[in-house]
Ligand binder design. Structure first.
Ligand SMILES: Cc1cc2nc3c(=O)[nH]c(=O)nc-3n(C[C@H](O)[C@H](O)[C@H](O)COP(=O)(O)OP(=O)(O)OC[C@H]3O[C@@H](n4cnc5c(N)ncnc54)[C@H](O)[C@@H]3O)c2cc1C
Length: 437
């Protein structure tokens, strides 16, 4: 390994984009990725018969882009994948009182939301317009989403729409979520959604291939266990991974800040006191391949507003991207965010199905197990930061007190909700800064 080499921990959107930018500039990079494939939370698996190598990728966790995701779109173009990017306005709905109601940023869907009175619909629409047109979240700093939304959009709209959404995503922490985060969700959302035919994994495969073509390495199945500074001020760092120990001039960790702290005992106490902070939920998805469609009205995204369901959303991917691309399979995700010690994160797909089955049958009483032709289950820790009002004060800078050790991770994305775009943007910006010296 040369003196000037950089180790990048994590082969998700952030780590791979960063490695790609540095490799493009002629730097030697090594990406260490714990999993057996690149892509992190946006990674896919092949939907096909066992061993069918040309089968399309499907994300382990449902993914699409918004029209405002400019950095992700630019990267897709740069990698020559632009002609696979498609934009559509699939049906996004919410289940309220047992019935699905179309609910997206189209004002007509809000006006037709009959579970709310006309006055409450107008308040909901007006509140949404404020969030869309307010250019910055500055005036909202200090407010929780629960207090702002119920005050400005009215209690009925809050109880019917926002509370189930916040509780679905943040559980018992729902009341603590910061309003600027909610502003960003409303502000940057677009009616049209983007998807990459063949799966977003193609971005990560292309990045990994590009890095290797420029002399870098992407090591899969390479969990990093420890980082040790090799003497001040310019001694570089030792990376200890499953494959052994190696020294690098610079290390950039894209792991959650708390994980970086855990594997770097030399980070000082005052740094830890401020940045080894906060909580995150894990994500779980059960994906069923069915021999027929599950959701009514060609719904793509169904947020569950009714109490008592064991999942927070049902997403029929093939109501967005047709089943003909997946050998006729109808692909439906059942998604959940849960505390990281929740048992579902360790369950087999069969066990998760047993847990979710009553909810699936409640969604579509005609559903029978015989409809299922294949199923997959995926779980990931550190999938959703709990963005409370204190959150921004605990976002670390890229530099750490250890020379040549940088942190760059999706927990630094704020107030936007984490997304491929924001990890790519962060990587682009940090790479430009590092390359500028
Ligand atoms: C359910 C769900 C739905 C989502 N929907 C969308 C969507 O529709 N659109 C969108 O754009 N984004 C969506 N996202 C968010 C998007 O997936 C993430 O924002 C993005 O992929 C984060 O990339 P990252 O590289 O910053 O982090 P990660 O993807 O978390 O990458 C970190 C990497 O580090 C690896 N790692 C961890 N520990 C170690 C270690 N010790 N050693 C080596 N490697 C390690 C991990 O395996 C991982 O690959 C969704 C996320 C989830 C969970």
């Amino acid at each position: 390994m040369t003196e000037r080499s950089t180790a990048i921990l994590g082969g998700g959107a952030l780590g791979l984009t960063l490695a790609w930018r540095l490799a493009q500039a002629g730097e030697r990079v090594v990406v260490f990725e714990r999993e057996q494939e690149a892509g992190g939370l946006a990674a896919g698996f092949r939907v096909g018969a066992a061993g069918e190598v040309a089968a399309p990728w499907l994300e382990k966790f449902y993914h699409h882009l918004f029209a405002t995701d400019r950095d992700a779109i630019a990267l897709i173009e740069e990698l020559g994948l632009g002609d696979k990017l498609t934009w559509r306005a699939p049906n996004s709905s919410m289940l309220i009182g047992g019935k699905p109601y179309r609910l997206d940023s189209d004002p007509r869907s809000i006006l037709a939301l009959s579970p709310l009175s006309l006055l409450d619909r107008l308040r909901l629409g007006a509140g949404g317009a404020i969030l869309k047109f307010l250019p910055s979240p500055e005036p909202l700093a200090g407010a929780t989403a629960a207090s702002w939304l119920s005050r400005w959009m009215g209690r009925p709209a809050y109880e019917t729409i926002w509370k189930p959404m916040l509780e679905g995503k943040f559980g018992a922490r729902a009341d603590e979520i910061a309003m600027p985060w909610m502003w960003a969700r409303a502000h940057y959302r677009s009616l049209r959604l983007g998807y990459l035919h063949g799966g977003f994994q193609q971005i990560y495969e292309a990045l990994a291939a590009g890095i290797v073509a420029r002399g870098g390495e992407v090591r899969l199945g390479a969990e990093v266990r420890a980082l040790t500074p090799q003497g001040q001020p310019d001694g570089g760092l030792r990376v200890s991974s499953a494959a052994g120990e190696e020294d690098f001039a610079r290390v950039i960790s894209t792991l959650p800040t708390r994980v970086t702290c855990r594997i770097t005992p030399d980070l000082p106490a005052d740094y830890r006191a401020r940045y080894e902070w906060g909580e995150a939920f894990g994500a779980h998805c059960l994906i069923l391949a069915l021999d027929r469609s599950l959701l009514p009205k060609h719904i793509y995204w169904l947020a569950i507003g009714d109490a008592g369901y064991p999942f927070l959303s049902a997403i029929e991917h093939t109501n967005f991207i047709g089943p003909e691309e997946y050998g006729g399979r109808r692909l439906v995700y059942f998604g959940n965010y849960v505390p990281m010690d929740h048992p579902v994160l360790r369950e087999t797909p069969e066990q998760a199905l047993a847990r979710y089955l009553p909810g699936i049958q409640r969604l579509n009483p005609a559903f029978e197990r015989e409809w299922i032709t294949q199923m997959w289950g995926f779980a990931a820790p550190w999938a959703q930061p709990i963005v409370t009002r204190e959150y921004p004060r605990h976002i670390p800078p890229h530099e750490t007190p250890i020379p040549n050790l940088y942190v760059a991770n999706m927990f630094q994305v704020y107030p936007q909700d984490r997304g491929q775009n924001y990890s790519i943007r962060l990587a682009n910006r940090l790479a430009a800064r590092l390359l500028a010296g």
